[in-house]
Design a protein around this ligand. Structure first.
Ligand SMILES: Cc1cc2nc3c(=O)[nH]c(=O)nc-3n(C[C@H](O)[C@H](O)[C@H](O)COP(=O)(O)OP(=O)(O)OC[C@H]3O[C@@H](n4cnc5c(N)ncnc54)[C@H](O)[C@@H]3O)c2cc1C
Length: 431
């Protein structure tokens, strides 16, 4: 897999890319194909290929990509993280997303939570190689999908109504009531949820907390596993909270003005990850189409000799290359601001744009790749059909591309000429 990279990767980075690619090709992809064809109930069993891959990923420390080295993280640069994430996305969007959301409760606890929480949960998660600790990220609610992405920058945020999950403070902890929607990735297999909840007497959804909820706590119930068109290799499902008590120190971000900034910056981080996965998926689709078009003969010559196919392949290449360097550059900026300098002032408009652009090109590339396969592309005998379905899911997952675009547009309109908020000077909700 030695193709030229505009960053002229060092020998070390090339070796890293090759190693992760081998893992993606030999372990992740075959498991993802099996999972795609299994029933939702079979997919979440402890002996399913899902847990087989997760355990191997944990042994290789892929869950520690964002963990600082003083806590045993692998001390990677943003470029190295990008390289790993693109390859994981190449292997499977569902399994890459699963190892992505696994990190959300625990890495945020490490960055923002109290020491007691790090001792209780983060350290065991770091050391776990058996997937006994597995995270998910509970944002979307039945009545609030896109609302959760739009309310923070909207001047009349209370028009979005009350959250579906409400947190009430008690003397020694918090009580949670309500429901997250059926699309929470890994919820059916997770042990812990990084949960966003609105505080009881808060004005709107943005008056919230981010906390960790052990999913074996009294009052937690998991709904049925969703049966989706795409991303079937990473299970989604709903979560119900019926007077669930958590101790005070399980609250990672309290209801302060920082909660909004935290959430916005977390979306900057996840946008870069989704962008890298999308480029990986696009590359997987392109490589399938290129190989097929070299082999398949029609009109007396291989498909690659036909001008329309040539043009399609060139355009796919152009899209993937532009997306890769945009996402990579954005990831370098975002990781520096959040993980290294800890100034939490990464630019939302750029991170949203990187995610949106990469998702769009992934769908366009997968769509054109399938077209190159003709009818074979629609058959489940070829992986291109799965890649197309996964690319379609990408346009909705982690925010629809339209709503992410509205959010980026608001940031462009308000902040185009200046850097983002001054983190030193926070007095109330920003906007
Ligand atoms: C595969 C997959 C994995 C996911 N994983 C997770 C996860 O791990 N955790 C989690 O919490 N959620 C997860 N989600 C949920 C995802 O974030 C939401 O589906 C997404 O934010 C959209 O919300 P919704 O589905 O409720 O759509 P809605 O918000 O109901 O939107 C419906 C349509 O209306 C448009 N729309 C919505 N609001 C506006 C507006 N104000 N103005 C104009 N148009 C608007 C949208 O663009 C969309 O086309 C996942 C979803 C998928 C598909």
């Amino acid at each position: 897999m030695k193709y030229p990279d505009l960053d002229e990767l060092s020998e070390e980075n090339r070796i890293l890319k090759e190693e992760v690619h081998r893992f993606a090709a030999e372990i992740i992809r075959p498991a993802s194909i099996k999972l795609d064809r299994m029933s939702p109930e079979e997919r979440i069993k402890r002996d399913s290929p899902y847990f087989g891959v997760m355990k191997k990923m944990k042994k290789l420390s892929y869950h520690k990509l964002h963990v600082p080295s003083e806590f045993g993280g692998p001390d990677l640069s943003a470029l190295e993280r990008y390289i790993i994430m693109e390859e994981l996305g190449w292997g499977s969007l569902g399994l890459a997303t699963a190892i992505g959301v696994d990190q959300i409760p625990f890495v945020n606890a490490l960055l923002f939570g109290p020491d007691e929480l790090v001792e209780d949960l983060v350290k065991p998660w770091l050391e776990d190689e058996e997937c006994r600790y597995h995270g998910c990220w509970g944002v979307t609610e039945p009545e609030h999908g896109s609302d959760y992405l739009l309310c923070f920058r909207d001047e009349e945020a209370n028009k979005f109504g009350k959250g579906n999950v409400i947190a009430q403070e008690e003397e020694d902890g918090w009580v949670l009531k309500g429901q997250k929607s059926a699309w929470v990735s890994s919820a059916p297999v997770a042990t812990h949820c990084g949960l966003h909840a609105q505080v009881k007497d808060g004005k709107a959804i943005y008056d919230g907390i981010f906390c960790i909820v052990p999913l074996d706590a009294g009052g937690v119930r998991k709904g049925k596993v969703a049966d989706m068109m795409g991303m079937r290799d990473g299970p989604q499902g709903e979560l119900f909270f019926d007077n669930v008590w958590i101790p005070e120190h399980y609250v990672v971000v309290a209801p302060t003005p920082f909660y909004g900034i935290f959430f916005d910056q977390l979306l900057c981080l996840t946008s870069c990850g989704m962008g890298a996965f999308a480029v990986g998926l696009a590359r997987a689709a392109f490589e399938e189409a290129l190989t097929y078009a070299r082999q398949r003969e029609q009109g007396g010559k291989p498909l690659v000799k036909h001008k329309n196919i040539k043009l399609k392949l060139y355009e796919m290449f152009e899209k993937i290359e532009t997306a890769r360097y945009f996402v990579r550059k954005t990831m370098e900026h975002v990781h520096r601001k959040i993980l290294e300098e800890k100034t939490f002032d990464a630019f939302p408009r750029h991170s949203r744009a990187a995610q949106i652009y990469a998702k769009k090109i992934a769908f366009e590339v997968a769509n054109e790749a399938l077209q190159i396969f003709g009818a074979y592309g629609l058959s489940s005998d070829f992986i291109i059909e799965k890649l197309f379905r996964d690319a379609r899911a990408l346009l909705i997952e982690d925010g629809t591309i339209e709503v992410l675009s509205f959010d980026a547009a608001d940031d462009v309109i308000s902040n185009y000429e200046k850097d983002y908020y001054d983190v030193e000077d926070i007095s109330g909700r920003y906007g």
